[in-house]
Design a protein around this ligand. Sequence first.
Ligand code: PMP
Length: 417
Amino acid sequence: MTATTHILPDFDAEAIRSDFPILSREVYGRPLVYLDNAATTQKPRAVVEAIASEYYNENANVHRGVHFLSQKATELHEASRETVRQFINAGSTSEIIFTRGTTEAINLLAFSFGEAYCQAGDEIIVTVMEHHSNIVPWQMLCQRKGMQLRVLPMNDDGTLQTDQLSTLLNSRTRLLCITHVSNVLGQVNPVADIIRTAHEAGVPVLVDGAQSTPHFAIDVQALDCDFFAFSGHKIYGPTGVGVLFGKQKYLEEMPPYQGGGEMIDHVSFDHTTYNQLPYKFEAGTPDYVGTHALATALQYVSHIGMDRIAAYERDLTAYALSQLRNVPDIHIYGHAPGATTADDAVISFNVGHIHHLDMGTLLDRLGIAVRTGHHCAEPLMRRLGVEGTVRASLAFYNTRADIDALVAGIDRVRKMF
Ligand code: PMP
């Protein structure tokens, strides 16, 4: 174990890395430095083995089967719902809807909430730093219903102009949709305060938790958010599984999003009645292997401890910022020193006139995986006045050595230009 991996005395990143087989592979003959965790995280052995084990030992379609395997698979699937409930501290498993990911969760909400509560002339508020998946479904709803999308702006340092909320919120506002952590700027938005302000105006709030859930403990009851969405693959779970949490009082009133098996109570050609929550929103065979693997991932991170993960990652982010700030001509977006928002594990930057794509491509040749481009946040790019950025995003299996490799890599690329 090297000193550089040992930031917190009781956090053994090196031992954790050995749980993730892909981290020990090489690319282009160099050790992999994986800094693209905001796009997707790598999977611990336990998650991959949970998938294989269920297919080998327990595979059968869930819910309707009377036979042994179907009951086993159903037990695993429903136990996963309970694991998710505990992980985000929801009040009931009725409030946990399995989806394909954050994107599908928000589309479900935009359709179903829109049908239940929205009409022409109503308004939805989003912020300027949303991912496209928390913009476009709302735009589509606005187009369908003749509604208006309103946008909460931000300051140059990347903090939201929350003082503008009181002018945006009005009697026509139906929902406020905000990302917990920006997938570009990596700052933690003060969602608890924003939710309080919205509630004072009688407006419910959706929190996009795609980039927060992997990094610190979530308590939807303490936040008092009305809806919360996240993706399994960003929190060390499999692709194709995600979660929409919704307060029961809304979910009860909202109509189904898709029709099919599972979501019904009784069907006739004249009349169909719908299943109880959460099944009303889960048409068709669910990805029950995926939900079990997601629960395995949540148990894995819970075993390490979300608070320990948060402390380690905040320390690593501070180290990364301190090292990157020494790079000549670097422009780091957000993360203003002294800003009131917390720094999360995502850092976007550009260096001099080097195109982000050139930087990303050349870093890749050094074995360093970063993401380049608009990061599915084109309105934010426009606000920042750039076409794209280079984004390094950290996980708890990253080390100071990874950051040192990134900084050395950037230096090498800089010297080539
Ligand atoms: N919201 C944010 C903030 C994200 O970072 C992402 C993924 N980049 C999404 C939503 C969409 O997640 P998914 O593609 O897993 O549905």
